[in-house]
Design a protein around this ligand. Structure first.
Ligand code: PLP
Length: 257
């Protein structure tokens, strides 16, 4: 069985973060592991508090996994501070795992920041170059690339700009745009577009986490990048189609439909 590690934040309400990642791994038939970087007290409506795990404990969790288990892919999610970024980046550099998918999580859908906004430059310098695939949504891509995105051509320009910063491939996710849900993949040579009809639901909590974990799972199973992204998009689309009206806010996607 392929083994996939999530390095991310814990969402106690179960829809996003580590919890979404582990559900996604199980749904893909891969063995899921988790290194918790932050504990987030949150639900479908709001983020109440964030407590980072100490950098030493983050490093020790990563050591514990890598000294014992062969890791086929890594998904990196919420890194709230430069200290968390440094701890994770140092260990990725030490162990050099294959198939590193990094979701540069900045702000939750309900508007609550999950990363110190002043840490974006640090993320770009220390973490971004370690990604085989970086998966920003449109606001994140705008922030990283330093430009506004109004159309598909802008998404492609941003993907190219971000690729030049050192990651091997970029998927700019169009879920925050209007119209069809169109994602753009740039692998350094070619652009690929993936388009699905927009699903009319407010229950999209954790979609970004689910998508990046699905890509990591598919890469672990040996799919080439564009096929991994295509299948991950199909998976997340189905998960949104069958999303769950749990909680009073934006409910979670359905990982096991
Ligand atoms: N909570 C945690 C711990 C996360 O890692 C993420 C990831 O993006 C979110 C919340 C955001 O969830 P969403 O914006 O999909 O509601």
């Amino acid at each position: 069985m392929k083994k996939v590690l999530s390095i991310a934040g814990s969402d106690c309400s179960g829809g996003a973060g580590i919890q979404a990642d582990l559900k996604t791994f199980s749904a893909h038939g891969v063995f899921g592991m988790s290194v918790i970087v932050s504990v987030v007290a949150e639900n479908t409506s709001r983020v109440i508090a964030i407590q980072d795990i100490t950098p030493d404990m983050i490093s020790k969790q990563i050591d514990a996994v890598f000294e014992d288990i062969e890791v086929d892919a890594v998904k990196v999610g919420m890194l709230s501070s430069p200290a968390c970024m440094d701890a994770v980046a140092a260990k990725l550099l030490q162990y050099r795992p294959d198939n590193v998918v990094i979701d540069p999580v900045m702000v939750a859908k309900n508007g609550c920041p999950l990363m110190d906004p002043s840490a974006v430059e640090h993320l770009i310098k220390t973490v971004l170059p370690l990604a085989d695939v970086l998966t920003p949504n449109i606001p994140e891509a705008e922030r990283i690339a330093g430009m506004q995105i109004h159309c598909i051509a802008d998404m492609e320009t941003a993907a190219k700009t971000i690729h030049r910063m050192g990651c091997k491939a970029v998927v700019v996710k169009g879920g925050h745009a209007i119209g069809n849900a169109l994602d753009v993949l740039f692998d350094g040579r070619k652009f690929y577009r993936f388009e699905t009809a927009r699903i009319d639901t407010k229950n999209t909590h954790g979609t970004g986490c689910t998508f990046s974990s699905a890509i990591a799972s598919q890469l672990a199973k040996g799919l080439v990048l564009q096929e991994a992204v295509r299948q991950a998009k199909e998976y997340v689309t189905t998960a949104i189609e069958h999303s769950l009206a749990i909680g009073k806010g934006c409910g979670p996607t359905n990982h096991f439909y």
